[in-house]
Structures are given as C-alpha cells and as structure tokens.
Design a protein around this ligand. Structure first.
Ligand code: B12
Ligand code: SF4
Length: 524
C-alpha cells in the first residue's frame, strides 16, 4: 500500500510547529511521491480536538501517524496553563497565613488537574487517532516524538498503545528508515510492548543529516493552517540554524537531546528558508537553536549567517534567540543589531562566578559583561531576559549578594527597564547532572517518576532545597503579594533589601579551591 503520512502536532500553545514541518520537508525531499498532510492541534479550539482529528483522518486515511508532542512540564519554571504552579507550590509550603496555604493547596489541585488532564487528553488523542485510522488501514502505525517525548520517553511508553514507536530527538533518520522498510531500531527509539529503551539511549549520538532550506511552497500544499501563523503579526516563526550544544550545564537536557556535536546548517540554506517566509509576510523569527552561538568557534558562522541576512535585503525583520553572551565580538554585536535582534535570553542562572562554575556552565561572567557593553555600544536598545535560578548548588547569602551586584551592573549597561530578571526554579529533568547529584545527595531515589506532580515530588523537582528554600519561598510570596506584575524585579529588590549587595568584583572572581564543579558520584 502507498504510504500516506499524517503529522499531528498535539495540542500546545500556538508556537510555530517547526519540528513537524522539518520532518515533512525532509520526507518530501527523500520520497517526493509520498502523500503527506500536516495537522496542527495548536490552532484548534480545545472542545474540537477529537472531532477535528476524526475529520482529518477520515479525509486523509493515513497509513502512518506521526504524533509530535512539544511540552509536558508545565510547572517548570514559571506561569503555566493551569495557573502559576510555582506560586501555588510556594504558597502551600511556605505561607504562614493558613488561608494563603489553603489557596496554595487549591491552586495546586487545579494545576494537577490541568496537568494530568492534558497528559491523558494527549494520550487519548493518540489512541483515538490510531483506532480511527485502522478503519481505513488496518496496518496503520504510530510514531510519537517531539520535545516532551525526548525528555520523558521512558515514562510515556507505559501509557501508549502496543506497537507505538517512541522516538527521542530528531526524527528525520527514523522516518526515512521506516519508509524504506529498513531496520530502524538502531535509531534512538523503541517499540512499546516489543522492545525497551536501551540504557542511556538519550545519550546516543543523533544520526547527522544535511539540512537544506525548508521548501515552504511544498509545506503550504499539505498544511491548511499555515495562514494562521502568517496572519498574526506578533508570531516569532521558528528557524533552526544549527543543532547541538557542546556545554555541560548541570541542569540542562538540550545538550543530550541534540547531542554535544554542533552541526551547522549552511548559512545560504537558512537564509533561503527565511526568505520564503519573508516573502509570505513574516517579519519575526526565532532561531530555535539550543544556543545560537554555542562557543567562540561558532562566532564566524553566526556572523556569516547575519551578513547573508543583510545581503538578502531582509532589513525590516526582528529576531530573537537564546544567546550565550560570552561568545560575542564587537563586529558580531554590530551585525546582531543591524539585522534586527530585538530580544534575547541569557541563561547565566547565577551572578556568582563561583556558582556558575559549580554548575559546570562554562561561562565567564566578566566576559559576559564586556560583551553586553559591546552590544549596547552597537546600539542594542531592546529587552534582554536574564534567567536566574537561585539556590541551585551551594547558594549562600554571599552568593545571592553577588548575583544582585551582577544584575545591577547589567541594568547599568542596558537600562533597568530593559533587563528582565526571569526568576526560574530549575525543574529537575531526567538524564541531567543535577539528577545524578540529587541521587547522590539522597534527595531523589533512582526509579522516581519525573512525571509525577504530587506536591511532595514537585517540591523536590522544583529545585529549592533547605536551608535557603524557605527564605526563597517567603521572598517569592512577598513579591507576588507586592508586585505580581513585575515579579522578577520585585524579588531582586526584596533580596537586596534583606541581604544587601556585594562588590561587583567579588561576583566575578571564583576562588579556585572551594569552587570545585559539582561533584558527582557517577560518571557522565
Ligand atoms: C526554542 C525553544 C523554545 C522557544 C520557542 C520559540 C519559537 N517561536 O519557536 C521559546 C523560548 C518560546 C520556548 C518556550 C517554552 N518551552 Co521551549 N524549547 C525550545 C528548544 C530550545 C528548541 C525547540 C525547537 O524548536 N527545536 C527545533 C525543532 C526543529 O525541533 P523539534 O521541534 O524538537 O522537532 C524535532 C524533534 O523533536 C523531532 N520530532 C518532533 N516531533 C516528532 C514526532 C515524531 C514522531 C518523531 C519521530 C520525531 C519528532 O524531529 C524534529 C526535527 O528534527 C527546546 C529544547 C531543545 N533543544 O529541543 C525547548 C523545549 C521544547 N521547551 C520546553 C518547554 C517546557 C517550554 C515552555 C513550556 C517552558 C515554560 N514553562 O514556559 C515554554 C512555552 C512553550 C509553549 N508551548 O507555550 C521543553 C519541552 C519538554 C518538557 N520539559 O515538557 C523543551 C524540550 C526544553 C526542555 N528541555 O525541557 N521554547
Ligand atoms: S549552554 Fe544552554 S543549551 Fe548548552 S548545555 Fe548549557 S544550558 Fe544547555
């Protein structure tokens, strides 16, 4: 029978479904005769999910269902679809006032209901889709993948129908092998009820593929909701310029999902892809790389890309990305501003060089400041979001004072209204160094369920251990009470009032001996 592939992006906030678009593009380039359709439940109202899926299957009669699941972990780190899980958790655990505690408990129940509701709903949609598609093709197969599946592949398999293929990371090579009827089990995947996930499968190196510009004139023929994203002027459309991150930050799983090997998409292909979107009216782009400039040796590649964007005449665009601001040069800063970067996120996590080193982040905070000055001098006058996760490893009042000093310096550089402190509490994820550390510290036991969100598990997974846990709990509660609309800045102000500010220089220097990187009991 001819292959007919239906890509179903499972419900999700309307973020451009770049993952399934790239898969469909790759398959089309390898197998031009295969019929494909893309169906994005992110654009469908919740009450219509089931009926819209049924209609799509009835019309298309797929032989292969490709389900893409983007996110699951709504409690990490701030603001989620079921309300603000962090706020409820902190109210429940740290509020002194019994009424606030009760409000926290009720809030948590609501979050749990939303979380499990979404989980079961998505699993239900997969089962429903399979059942419906069997009416037309008894041998229909399902493959599930995407960001959420990559993180929770071990747990999700327990709830999926027998025979479902569960995939980790990039799916291009797997789909290609499936369509060629080749053995695919050497890809990062397993088949529910038939094989199990290999030990440390997520750490296996992804099969490299050569990425060319996505062919949007093809994509628009298989995706009727494309216009939904084109019409809204404020969407940042995803464009990937590379895969992989060579760093080792203790809490991060990107470096495992995408692998440490950085694979760069040719600049002309990236620009050709952007140009197609540009010609269709798109002006906002999000470079979806784990890091746009993962290390200094990639500076030239990014400069080449941005220069090509300029040369292509796309002079009225805006773009955003995760940026490791220790990898900038004045010339690159200039290009970033000229090409319209109007938002970026720096994930330094702490303003204390000592802690940054303990978290294995490889950042030099002094260099970050110097580069930020270059960026400002180049004319950057937009918003930068700086992610701080207090209390990750060995936090002390002194290191908090250092973070305040660091943050105030960033404000001095960019302007206080331009630097948004994003206060995260790390959501502990499987397969990270932090998880290993939690085992070694007896905070978690191997075999725990990372998808369980009972308050006592969330309390551990939302990393905020004592003795400082209660202090941060209290500070956050006070900030929500005093200024819920500017939570991050309020947290910083309260911490500064309570603990004071260190000299900037102390934040930038890490004593070598006591600041050993995170010690782990197992190798990684
Ligand atoms: C860029 C990014 C963002 C940007 C997106 C900008 C934009 N306009 O696109 C921003 C900053 C907005 C963002 C926000 C969030 N994100 Co985010 N984000 C990412 C990141 C770094 C890359 C995602 C991406 O687009 N990659 C490029 C595309 C091409 O890859 P892809 O979609 O993953 O698809 C590939 C594979 O997954 C696979 N694949 C996909 N589907 C399928 C299906 C099958 C069957 C197969 C075989 C393969 C397959 O093949 C595709 C092509 O190679 C990932 C981490 C990572 N490195 O993957 C996190 C990630 C997706 N985000 C995540 C989360 C949680 C969020 C938030 C919900 C966080 C929060 N609590 O606020 C928010 C909100 C998102 C929402 N839905 O509302 C999680 C999701 C997993 C989870 N923990 O639940 C991830 C995995 C990070 C993590 N480690 O936790 N994010
Ligand atoms: S630099 Fe960013 S993407 Fe890379 S490992 Fe660290 S946190 Fe993860």
């Amino acid at each position: 029978m001819d292959n007919r592939i239906l890509y179903v992006r499972l419900p999700c906030n309307p973020i451009f479904p770049i993952g399934v678009i790239y898969l469909a593009d790759h398959v089309h380039k390898q197998f031009p005769a295969v019929e494909q359709r893309l169906f994005d439940l992110g654009t469908v109202p919740p009450l219509d999910y089931a009926s819209a899926l049924d209609t799509c299957i009835d019309e298309f009669k797929p032989s292969l269902l490709v389900f893409s699941w983007r996110d699951i972990q709504i409690y990490a780190p701030v603001g989620g679809r079921g309300g603000n899980p962090l706020q409820h958790t902190f109210e429940f655990y740290y509020a002194r006032n019994l009424l606030v505690k009760l409000r926290g408990a009720i809030g948590l129940l609501r979050v749990a209901q939303g979380y499990y509701g979404e989980l079961w709903r998505n699993l239900g949609l997969i089962k429903r889709g399979m059942k419906r598609a069997r009416r037309y093709n008894p041998a229909v197969r399902a493959v599930v993948g995407g960001g959420a599946v990559s993180v929770f592949y071990e747990q999700l398999g327990r709830s999926l129908p027998k025979g479902t293929i569960v995939s980790v990371g990039e799916g291009e090579a797997l789909l290609e092998k499936l369509l060629r009827d080749k053995d695919f089990l050497d890809e990062r995947c397993y088949v529910v009820g038939e094989t199990t996930a290999r030990d440390r499968m997520i750490h296996e190196v992804p099969t490299p593929i050569e990425k060319t510009a996505c062919d949007y004139s093809y994509i628009e023929t298989i995706w009727s909701e494309f216009d939904y994203y084109l019409q809204a002027q404020d969407f940042y459309v995803g464009v990937q310029t590379k895969r992989g991150c060579p760093h080792n930050c203790c809490y991060c799983i990107y470096t495992v999902i995408e692998g440490k090997q950085v694979r760069i998409n040719p600049a002309e292909e990236v620009v050709a892809e952007m140009r197609q979107l540009y010609d269709r009216g798109m002006r906002n782009f999000w470079f979806t790389d784990a890091q746009l400039i993962p290390a200094r040796k990639y500076i030239d590649d990014v400069a080449e890309l941005l220069q090509k964007v300029l040369d292509a005449g796309m002079s009225d665009i805006h773009w955003a990305a995760y940026i490791r601001a220790d990898n900038l040069t004045p010339a690159l800063c200039d290009l970033m501003v000229k090409t319209g970067m109007n938002y970026f996120e720096i994930g330094i996590t702490s303003g204390s060089q000592e802690l940054v080193r303990k978290m294995r982040m490889g950042y030099n905070l002094r260099t970050v400041l110097e580069n930020c000055r270059d960026l400002k001098a180049a004319g950057f006058n937009d918003v930068v979001s700086v992610n701080y996760s207090f209390n990750v490893i060995d936090e002390r009042p002194e290191t908090i004072r250092q973070t305040i000093a660091y943050h105030r310096e960033l404000e001095r550089i960019f302007g206080a209204d331009k630097v948004e402190p994003a206060i995260f509490f790390i959501g502990l994820q499987p397969h990270t160094h932090l998880e290993t550390y939690a085992f070694a510290q007896n905070i978690l036991k191997p075999g725990y369920d990372p998808m369980n969100i009972t308050p006592w598990t969330v309390r551990k997974l939302l990393w905020n251990p004592e003795p400082l846990g209660s202090l941060f709990g209290e500070v956050c509660l006070q900030a929500w009470q005093q200024n819920p609309n500017d939570f991050g800045r309020e947290v910083m102000a309260i911490l500064e009032q309570r603990l004071g500010r260190a000299e900037l220089e102390t934040a930038l220097t890490a004593p070598i001996s006591p600041a050993k990187p995170l010690a782990l009991s197992t190798s990684s």
